[in-house]
Design a protein around this ligand. Structure first.
Ligand SMILES: [Zn+2]
Length: 434
């Protein structure tokens, strides 16, 4: 899978961005700053890594149709593939934002000559999480940085990036392929039946890369339960998910490896939980009526499940740290401990986000598909009949109100507003089907 990062042809449905970068490479006119702008999971990070590999490669290749690629054999290529190239640095948010200390550290590195490669490359993912002071600090770096430094700013929400940074950057806008185009492409690549791809695609909430990764691993069961059972299963699976992460952390040969468990994309692809979450959200929308106490009761049970899962994971981490402590300086242990804390927090925040996002996609489907009957933008294609039933029972007005409410709630959630209140608010708005 990783060697796919060496060539642009392994990135799908993004001809425009690829053409621009290929042009840059051919003319040897590399911009200092690129902004990779586009929706979630359309290949921005993959393209950034491929571009970095080609820039660093000692013997880049040109295919017969003129497409540049990395050789995959030289030391820089091998290091890029292993994710350990000293001149390719990833800057990711700590908690909810990229902090000024991180940007300052990046400045110090940017001023040095490349250590191994030809370029110093910094990939900020996502750069729309720079806070005000870190964004201003980045702007200064862009003004001062020496040659041979490339910044790639990855962003979903371009309007959150300072205009003064935008104007210094080459903007690479990614296509937003329709759900149908994405599914058709995955069917072609994976060779799986369209129904299986449709189900996996719905379970990952339309994430192209995640669907492709899952397609080589497991087949979904596709069991949909009535609300009562679906809710029990969903809460149980949150704890199973935690156990799954605990096992990975426990098996890791070092503390660094244990930390990187949280960064691995596979961790978010725990299929039983994706299935039971989908089944719960479907049950919620399909229920004829919801008891008045449901919003408060379920929110409480959900938060308890998260708390319990979190605590048992923290306990395992504590054991793993104390087992390996003697191999590290105490300052480093402190830092690692802090990073684990943050990673666990993000992991469970992502569960709340995932639930809200899943609900939003159902409501978007109700709105668009109920309106037009067009499958091009239908995310939950495997539940087409449910969507039809629901859009008739609940009406377009309900779907529209919910989509707007969920967009607002997701925004508040990203700003750490108390999740219990947000969830109760959302569940209260759903009511029954009749
Ligand atoms: Zn190479």
């Amino acid at each position: 899978m990783r060697s796919n990062l060496l060539r642009f042809c392994n990135i799908y449905l993004q001809d425009g961005p690829i053409r621009l970068l290929t042009g840059s490479l051919r003319k040897n006119r590399i911009a200092q700053t690129y902004i990779f702008a586009g929706a979630r999971s359309v290949g921005k990070m993959r393209l950034a890594k491929t571009f970095a590999a080609i820039l660093q490669c000692l013997g880049p290749t040109i295919s017969p149709d003129g497409e540049p690629g990395a050789c995959g054999k030289c030391l820089p290529c091998r290091r890029v593939l292993a994710g350990s190239h000293p001149d390719v640095t990833f800057i990711r948010p700590l908690g909810n934002e990229i902090r000024i200390e991180q940007v300052r550290q990046m400045r110090d590195q940017a001023m040095l000559h490349p250590y191994l490669g030809k370029w110093r490359i910094f990939i900020l993912d996502p750069a729309d999480r720079l806070n005000e002071s870190s964004a201003n600090s980045l702007l200064k770096i862009l003004e001062e940085a020496p040659d041979k430094v490339v910044f790639i700013l990855i962003a979903e929400e371009i309007e959150r990036i300072l205009p003064t940074i935008q104007s210094r950057s080459e903007m690479i806008r990614f296509n937003h392929p329709s759900h149908k185009a994405a599914r058709d492409t995955i069917v072609q690549i994976s060779g799986l039946a369209p129904e299986v791809v449709a189900r996996l695609y719905a379970l990952t909430e339309g994430a192209f890369g995640a669907t492709l990764a899952l397609s080589s691993l497991e087949t979904p069961i596709g069991e949909y339960l009535p609300l009562g059972q679906a809710q029990v299963r969903f809460l149980e699976d949150i704890e199973k998910f935690s156990v799954h992460v605990q096992e990975k952390v426990n098996e890791a040969p070092s503390l660094e490896a244990a930390l990187s468990v949280f960064e691995s994309p596979e961790i978010a692809l725990f299929l039983p939980l994706l299935e039971s979450r989908k089944s719960f959200v479907r049950g919620l929308l399909m229920a004829e009526s919801l008891p008045a106490a449901f919003p408060v009761m379920f929110t409480g049970a959900f938060q308890n499940a998260i708390q319990r899962s979190r605590k048992s994971l923290e306990k395992v981490i504590e054991t793993v740290i104390s087992r390996q402590k003697s191999a590290y300086a105490s300052e480093i242990i402190k830092d690692i401990d802090w990073q684990f804390g943050l990673a666990v927090q993000m992991l469970f925040q992502a569960q709340i986000h995932g639930l809200l996002d899943c609900l939003r996609h159902w409501c978007e489907d109700l709105f668009h598909f109920g309106h037009t009957g067009d499958e091009t933008w239908l995310l939950n294609l495997d539940r087409k009949e449910d969507i039809m039933t629901l859009s008739q029972a609940r009406g377009i007005g309900f779907a529209e109100t919910e989509v707007q409410l969920l967009a607002r709630i997701l925004e508040l959630q990203s700003r750490n507003v108390q999740p219990g209140l947000l969830l109760e608010n959302v569940f209260s708005s759903i009511g029954g089907r009749n």
